[in-house]
Ligand binder design. Structure first.
Ligand code: MRU
Length: 345
């Protein structure tokens, strides 16, 4: 399995996703500040992977803390959480991971320092293992929704690289292929950061799953030509009403899917569901550096001084979503009820 991120004695080892698909190199973060940089610069990206990286980054910061009292360790802990929490605003998994570590820390405060540090590191490692298990469960639930043969479109990368392993949307596709379905993946290139062409295509090629890369503006034509039987994407945050924030361009795909009568599925872990946000209007959308739009592989493609927008995500209204696949089962409309049931049990 692809090792997106891994806890090692030397530090946290990240497969450098900014270098794929041409270079398979690793970055070792030795401090929580370096982990924050790795998240911000998208060496690691994808909501669940960001969550696990945050958990591990906090654990690394706690492990390295020079505090001599638990009260001082608590101060360090709060500073670490603050820095990690300021990296990327949209993927709610980041804040879910911070909250989980905060809750864990609270339960440990009466213990001796070495025990606290050890338990925090173990909690981060548990998050890593649980994420892979959740993806495999999502795969088991979602595979039945995939067509027995033909084209499945995906946008961005919601694969092993976006998680601790196996993937959410690509996990569903992997599980369907493992069941013997003959799926051909259409991977949207996903401008401006090219997660589809660089990352989705890279990991599907490694697995031998037939894949065609298309530029984003080709998706509608592929649907019209009958090449796409289903669409499955990941999510960065799902509001209580089922509105889905995901990579910019997802909304366009969902609207096109509706026009062509193609089911549009979202696969995401429960940690991506944000019941505290009522609908998509409340989801913060990250604005990234305009250079991601103006330059391709270092070459300027836009005249100097022209206005540029670069929202990293958009929101797909729940009415376009045929089902939300989670590790606890499949939610269908009305999502206000079905998601609440899955999250709260
Ligand atoms: O900006 P990115 O690459 O972090 O955005 C990733 C996505 O939008 C993914 O589709 C989403 O995080 C789900 S990953 C399982």
């Amino acid at each position: 399995m692809i090792q997106t991120l891994e806890w090692t004695e030397a530090g946290i080892r990240f497969l450098d996703q900014t270098k794929l698909p041409t270079e398979e190199t690793y970055v070792i973060a030795k401090s929580y500040e370096q982990v924050a940089d790795v998240i911000r610069t998208m060496v690691v990206r994808g909501a669940p992977a960001i969550g696990v990286a945050a958990g591990m980054g906090i654990a690394l910061g706690v492990k390295n803390s020079r505090a001599e009292t638990v009260a001082d360790l608590k101060k360090d802990f709060e500073q670490i959480c603050k820095v990690i929490g300021e990296t990327r605003p949209t993927a709610v998994n980041l804040f879910w991971a911070i909250r989980r570590m905060q809750e864990k820390f609270e339960t440990l405060r009466i213990r001796p320092m070495p025990q606290i540090k050890q338990a925090i590191v173990e909690e981060a490692q548990r998050m890593h293992a649980e994420d892979i298990a959740a993806n495999q469960a999502m795969g088991r639930h979602g595979a039945a929704l995939m067509p027995s043969s033909g084209g499945v479109l995906t946008h961005c990368n919601a694969g092993a690289l976006a998680t601790a392993g196996y993937g959410t949307a690509l996990g569903v596709i992997r599980a369907a292929v493992e069941q013997g379905k003959t799926i051909h993946v259409y991977a949207d290139e996903t401008r401006p950061f090219l997660q589809g062409s660089r990352l989705t295509a890279w990991e599907l090629m490694k697995d031998g799953i037939p894949t065609t890369v298309i530029s984003d503006n080709m998706a509608g034509a592929m649907m019209k030509q009958g090449k796409i039987g289903a669409i499955v994407v990941g999510a960065d945050r799902i509001a209580a009403n089922g509105d889905v924030a995901n990579k910019i361009g997802t909304y366009t795909v969902a609207v096109l899917a509706k026009e062509h009568g193609i089911p549009f599925y979202v696969a995401a872990p429960i940690s991506t569901v944000d019941l505290a946000t009522a609908d998509g209007n409340g989801i913060p959308i990250e604005q990234r550096n305009s250079k991601e739009v103006t330059h391709i592989a270092g070459r300027q493609m836009v005249p100097d001084g022209v206005a540029v927008e670069n929202p990293a995500f958009d929101v797909t209204p729940a009415k376009y979503v045929a089902a939300i696949i989670t590790e606890r089962g499949i939610a269908k409309a009305p999502y206000g009820e079905s998601l609440k049931k899955l999250v709260l049990g």
